[in-house]
Design a protein around this ligand. Sequence first.
Ligand SMILES: [Zn+2]
Length: 188
Amino acid sequence: MKTDKLPKARLEKEEYSRSEQLLRLALPPAEPLREYAIELKEALANEDRKAILSTSKLLLNTLSDYFEVEHPKTKILSVRPREVHGDWEFQTFGDYDTETAVLRLWMRTAIQKKTSAYGTFLNTLVHEFCHHLDVVSLDMPNTFHTKGFYERVGELYHHIQNTPAKKIVWQRYSDGTYAVDWAKTMRG
Ligand SMILES: [Zn+2]
């Protein structure tokens, strides 16, 4: 998890700093979200694409109703797209189109084509939902990956999964971006 570079244009800079400072969202009632999350876990274990789609939609639409925003148009795709640049590899777990509100989640890993782990899949779902919320409700059309963005995703994800949220420890780079220091974060 790495933050986007600070933009140069004034309006984008302003959006970036608002996103960075917004550390939490109001949290929706735990149910029925946690029940749907358990159904999603089963659907993934059964590699049941239809059930993965329907439970993902239940989660996303329940979240949208709570935040009083339109439902994203949800799609479940198969094998994650993969890009390789030398030693460095990038897989797309999900994405969100800020123009069309189409939210896509990939259910299989790139190489072994196994079903995504439940935690990874749910985290991606919440991540893409937070992009949707930025765009349609929080007046943040560029929906930057800021420290605040990842804090919002993390809190909502742990709330739905019913696991304690870890305090994220950030490591700062010389270009002004941040990445999660996983060792320190996991130690708590
Ligand atoms: Zn993202």
